[in-house]
Each structure stands twice: as C-alpha cells, then as structure tokens.
Write a protein that binds this ligand. Structure first.
Ligand code: GLN
Ligand code: ZN
Length: 752
C-alpha cells in the first residue's frame, strides 16, 4: 500500500525560520539569506519524508507566514493598501501579514483567525471590489521544481478555491459567488503551469467541507469543481479534506471527477460510516487519513489495521487505497529525537512528525512483530491514576458551579470597593519578555543561578514593571509574568500529571510557536503557583494588582490531551487545581484575579449542532467551577483572543466573570453589536490596539476607536486595554503605545 502525507511542519527542527525571520525584520540579514534558510528547511523536509519511504509528499506546504495568505498573493487578491506600497514583493507580503510602519509607510496587518479547530492562525484575505484576480505568483511551481531537483516528484499542495473563498472577507459589494468563476479560471491556469513543468498530482485542500454546509455552499462547491475539473490539463487531482467528516457533500464529492479523495478517519467521526453506507467509486483512489496529524500519541496499529481491512473490502483493490495522515503534520512537533530528557518508558508512547512517517510506512505493510509490539505498548502504560483526584471530581455538586451573589449585586459591591475611574485602564498581563528575562529563566533552568538569584531578578523586574505602570497612569496593574515562558506550559510545569518536552514546538501564527505540555495522568496542584509573585507585586503599589492565571479550558486546549480518559474529565481535574490557586490568591489579599481563557473557542466543534453537547456544556461549567468560591468583592476577569464569539455570546456571559477583555482591534467591531443585542451583562474591555504588530497607535486613533466602541457599549461597563499580552513586543513600542492608551482614556473621561 502507498502512503501520503498531507503537509509537513515548516518552521525547521530548531525553529530556524523563526530566528531567521526575526533577524530579517531587524535588518540583520538580507532577503537572500532568509530565502536560503527557507530553502534548507524545505529540502530537509522533502528528504526526510522521502528517506522515510513516504510515497506522496507535498511541496508548496512551506510558507513564510501563512498558506492562505500565500494563496491570496498567488492570485493577486491583495488589498490596494499593500499592493501599492513602494517596497519589494516580499515586504508587501509581510506588510499584509504583520503591518508595516516606517518613515514612508503606515499600514495595519490583515485580520488573523484560528485555522478551523487548531491553534494555528491564518491570515484572512480581503477582497475589494476592484480586485483583479490573476495568477501572478509562481510559488507552487517554484517549490515543485525545487523538490524535483532533489529527485522527488511531489504532489503540489494548494488551498482549494472553495475553502479560500469561504475564508475570504468581501469588503465591497461583491460576494464569493460573483468571483468564483474568475478564481476557478486562474486555478485552471495554475494547473496548466504545473502540468507543463512536469507535475502529475495536485492536492487541493478543502477543509471547509467538514463544516455544516448550506445549499448555497454546496452549489458553490459543485460549480467550482464542475468547472475546474474540466481543466485538469493532464494532472491528477486529489481532493484533501481534514478536521472532520464530509457528511453534507459525500455524495457530491464522489460524483465529481476527482482522481483521489482524502478523508479524515480520525476527527471525522462519521467518515467510516459514510464510506461503508455509500460505497466508494471504483475508479478513484481513497486516501485514508489514519495516522492522526494532531495528537502526539503512538498510533494504535490494531485499530488502524482493522479499518484498513474494512476499507480494502470497499475499494476492492489495494492499489486504490492509500494510507495517509489525517491532516497536515504542521500541528505536531518535528521529532522525538530532539527530546533528550523525556524518560524512555514515556517516550515510547509518543510519535511526532518524523515518527509518524515511520508509522505510516510500517502500517502500509504491517508485520506481525510490529503489531505485537504495538499491542504490548498499549497494554503497559505507566500508571496515570490519582485516586484523590478522581474522588474530588466524583464529589462535585451542582452548587459548586454557581457563584453567589448574582452578577449585578457583585458589580455594585466591586465598584464601591475598588473605586476605579470611568473607563479603567489595564493590560492583559504580560510585559515585554526581553532578553534578560528569558536569560534569567534559562539560567535558572540550567542550574547556572540559584533560586535566590532567580527570584531576586524577577522581583526587580516586577518592581520596575509596577513603577512603569504607575508612571504611565494605568489603573489596574499586573506583575508582568516574567516567570512564565508560556501561559500554559508554566502551569503545566507546576501541576502534577504533566510531562514536558524540550523542543516540541508547534506553529501558532507566522513563525511563532508554542510548546504544549503533555497531559499524561490525573492533574492536581500540589502547592501554590503564582501567589508569591502576585503578593510581591501588590506590595510594591497602592493600586490594585490583578492576579494572573490561565483557565482550565485553555490549559487543556493548549496541552496535548490524553486519549485514555475523556476531555470532560481532564478539564474538571484542571479546573479544581486552578480553583485552589484562585482561593489562595484571594486569601493573600489579591482582590482582582484574571483567569485567561484565550483558547476557549478553539475546540468548539466545527459543526454547530455539536457545540453545546460536545463542548460548551462542560467547558463553561469548568470555568465557573474555578471561580465560584470567591467572595462577592473579588473581581474576576477573563480574557479571550481572536474572539470570534459572536455566535456563543450567551455561553460567554454564562461564564459569569465580572470583566472580559478580548481581541477586537484586528477585526471590525461587529462583536459589540452582538453583545448589545444579547444584553451582555459582563463588563467589557475590547482591545483598542493590535499587539501582534510592532506598530504604535496614535492617541487620535485610539480616541477614534474608543468613540466607536462607546457607541455600542455602556460607559459604566467599558474597560480600556490592549488586545492581548505584551510579551512579544519590544519595550520601547510598548511604553509608547500604553502612554497613548492612557492619554486616550483620559480624553474620553474628560469629555464626558
Ligand atoms: N495573560 C496572558 C498574557 O498577557 C494572556 C495571553 C493570551 O491571551 N494569549 O500574555
Ligand atoms: Zn490574548
């Protein structure tokens, strides 16, 4: 049997692309040097897959920032404000991705959103009415030829036109339906180009097909492919779907002239049933996504082998069945080889991208001894159960999920106690993680400095950070999070039940990565985690200091979860651990506590019908469990990123926090209309500027933004803050931006 990999991580084993890009942005290396780093990564990726014996390997899965943005640039779907910049093509691309501010230019970045149900973020293309769709780029062809020169005839991966149009924002009067014909024609030209350069197979990625589709969506999909597949130009076309099953269009998909169809048997809970009930056309190849592209666990060979057997019965011909990854391996780390500290008895249960290549090849021709070894592995998992934790979860009662008194009563009590001005200003928690801050942590980790030195350094940073915030005139201060590498890994490291990696980085956006910790066993908190830092910060000022925690849903969603107990059970265990921390902070005099749920929306099922039953019905109560034990005067904040939560506003409100801050500056302010319509009770801090870009917003701009926000919110409920933590920003731009933020808040306060 042959094997196929949807796509491969692109950051480099040691995050080479991240470091090179950062140097390039600082002007420390040239574009040619950056290109060379990229070429090396692509070469290593292709060769690693080829050497592992994978048959179908993707090219064009590389990107400097994002593949959706690449596709937009490929077809000239670029807003005029970037197209007309007087800079190099790569600089235009980066301007759209991250904004550009220098002496001549001042443009914001395009919006960024979560890629389906992953923690990867794509850039949202914007379609203006005068956009002229045209195949102007050569990236897919170039990268195909580059791989070919290495002796590998790759399949060319490309974001499919249907998914592309569904993810694009139409800012003028035109709609996807109006431009689908023109876009399809240009994809046809791309196919022709690829074919004339020797390509034989293209993989069109259409993950949008796993969402709930309405009649208009299905009509659009059929129209696009009815047309495009008439212009294959001799290429074979693989329709690749992932992150779920395609129950709404299975019949339509198999009826179209695709040569191969890639289905996800991992997250696609109905995929097997769809294939069994409806059959699979004899003239097509089924690429069965059986090795999960998202988890880090070893594949269960016995399960997989039994599905393969069923599928062979359906396709009737082993030539017509290929086994593949369930989605791109972009969502898993590179390799276990880089993990030197993970104990062997744990390590053998994991598979990262490289190891998944080996699994695919092993599964394609499964030997008895491999199967036996794999079965033994699943039988002998090192112990992961903690009976005290299990008992605590089992004893939870309904009242544990309800905070008293009700919101309105608390709001009045808190306003009185805190005495904050109208439009209180605050930040989301972290301050710039400068080189000295990172060095302090890594020196401590390596044992180069003592606990005392480590703590004293952080205390000095906290003192400075508090002084800075006082000087800036912020109202609710933070300690700055200098002790944290990452908002989830930090808590993972301090909770039992976790295991850690050294280099298991996964791409989050652009070239930024996260290193999710792994939940191995039952989770609990053995001792206070953040209390000493918060207490120290509070002792440096008379102003209120917010305690800063990560919520259970985000901890779970940004960890690699276990697969031997349910997600619901895991999240309740974590909630109880964080609840202990909340109560300790309160007992130590911290009167405002922020519990970040940056990733709350992330695991929302892609199909609406599953939202509550499969997720929100346990995620929201888990959050409530964390804070239901605090006193009425303790103010609970939460924070969410990329908050496309317009459609789950009642659920967000029922988290029952006192204040929510969220990202709003990159997207329009539509969310505020929705809050109003839903009578949102929680106080709100819609981020007034984008912290993902180094650009400094002017006072005027911020006043303008706040004026717009005020039209849609109640003054008494409005907070003023950036849209996320400042840890990725430089100190200089941070100080300037916050100064302007405070000035803007004062202006609107004074004009009241
Ligand atoms: N408190 C965190 C910080 O400020 C929140 C980060 C996030 O939402 N991603 O960094
Ligand atoms: Zn955030």
């Amino acid at each position: 049997m042959k094997t196929s990999v949807v796509g491969f991580p692109r950051i480099g084993k040691n995050r080479e692309l991240k470091f090179a890009s950062e140097k390039f942005f600082k002007g420390e290396i040239s574009e040619a040097e950056l290109q060379e780093v990229a070429r090396t990564i692509r070469r290593e990726n292709i060769l690693a897959q080829n050497n592992a014996g994978v048959d179908l390997i993707s090219s064009n899965d590389f990107s400097f920032y994002d593949n959706v943005l690449d596709t937009a640039f490929l077809f000239n779907i670029v807003p005029a404000r970037y197209r007309e910049l007087n800079v190099s093509p790569l600089a235009k691309y980066f301007a759209a991705a991250r904004g550009l501010q220098d002496e001549q230019n001042n443009v914001k970045a395009l919006a960024m959103k979560k890629w389906f149900n992953t923690n990867y973020h794509y850039i949202v293309p914007e379609f203006e009415d005068d956009t002229k769709i045209s195949l102007v780029g050569t990236k897919p062809v170039d990268e195909y030829l580059e791989a070919k020169a290495l002796g590998v005839n790759t399949k060319v991966q490309i974001v499919g036109p249907f998914t592309f149009l569904k993810l694009t924002k139409f800012v003028g009067s035109k709609r996807a339906e109006d431009v689908a014909g023109a876009l399809t024609a240009e994809y046809g030209k791309l196919f022709k180009e690829l074919a004339s350069n020797g390509a034989t197979l293209v993989q069109v990625d259409e993950p949008y097909l796993v969402r709930d589709l309405d009649a208009a969506d299905i009509a659009l999909f059929k129209r696009i492919y009815g047309e495009l597949l008439g212009h294959k130009n001799g290429l074979k076309v693989l329709l690749q779907t992932y992150f779920g099953d395609i129950r709404d269009v299975y019949g339509d998909v198999v009826a179209l002239d695709f040569d191969a169809i890639g289905l996800d048997f991992f997250e696609g809970i109905r995929t097997l049933q769809l294939v069994k009930t409806n059959g699979f056309p004899k003239d097509k190849v089924l690429v069965a996504g059986l090795v999960c592209g998202k988890n880090i666990w070893k594949n269960n060979y016995a399960n997989t082998a039994s599905i393969i057997k069923e599928l062979e019965g359906i396709t009737g011909d082993s030539e017509k069945l290929i086994i593949g990854t369930s989605c791109s391996l972009l969502h898993v780390p590179y390799t276990l080889e880089s993990e030197t500290k993970l104990p062997a008895e744990y390590k053998k249960h994991f598979a990262f991208a490289y190891e998944k290549l080996a699994e695919l090849v092993t599964l394609a021709d499964l030997k008895e001894e491999d199967l036996a070894e794999n079965k033994a592995l699943f039988k002998n998992r090192p112990d992961s159960e903690d009976s005290a934790v299990r008992a605590r979860v089992a004893a939870l009662k309904d009242s544990d999920y309800t905070r008293l008194p009700a919101f309105e009563e608390r709001e009045a009590i808190q306003k009185k106690k805190l005495g904050l001005p109208l439009f209180p200003t605050t930040t989301i928690g972290s301050f710039p993680q400068t080189a000295d801050v990172r060095k302090n942590r890594s020196d401590f980790k390596k044992g180069n400095i003592s606990v005392k030195e480590y703590v004293e350094f952080n205390q000095k940073k906290i003192r400075e950070c508090i002084a800075l915030q006082e000087e800036l005139g912020l109202d609710v201060l933070v300690h700055g999070e200098f002790e944290r590498n990452d908002m989830v890994e930090y808590f993972g490291e301090n909770l039992s039940g976790y295991v850690f990696t050294e280099k298991a980085w996964v791409l989050s956006y652009g070239t930024r990565c996260v290193k999710p910790p792994i939940i191995w066993g039952d989770v609990s908190r053995k001792k206070p985690i953040t209390v000493e830092w918060s207490k120290f910060a509070a002792g440096c000022t008379d102003k209120p200091v917010k305690g800063m925690l990560t919520g259970p849903v985000t901890i779970l969603n940004w960890s690699f979860p276990r697969e031997d107990i349910t997600i619901k059970e895991s999240v309740l265990q974590i909630a109880l651990a964080i609840r202990d921390e909340v109560l300790d902070l309160e007992a130590n005099g911290i009167g405002i506590i922020q519990i970040d749920e940056a990733a709350l929306r992330e695991k929302l099922p892609l199909r609406k019908s599953d939202w509550y039953s499969e997720y929100l019905d346990f995620a929201i109560p888990a959050f409530r469990l964390v804070h239901s034990g605090v006193k009425p005067e303790t103010q609970i904040h939460t924070h969410m990123c990329y908050s496309e939560f317009t459609d789950i506003i009642p659920a967000i409100d029922s988290m029952d926090a006192d204040v929510i801050t969220f990202e709003a500056s990159r997207s329009d302010l539509q969310i505020l209309d929705a809050l109003k319509e839903n009578n949102f009770k929680t106080e709100v801090g819609p981020g007034v500027y984008d912290i993902h870009s180094p650009r400094v917003p002017s006072v005027d701009e911020l006043v303008g933004q706040l004026t717009k926000i005020r039209e849609k919110t109640q003054d008494s409920k409005l907070w003023v803050n950036p849209d996320c933590g400042l840890k990725t920003r430089g100190e200089e731009e941070t100080v300037k931006s916050l100064k302007n933020l405070v000035a803007a808040a004062r202006i609107i306060r004074d004009n009241k």
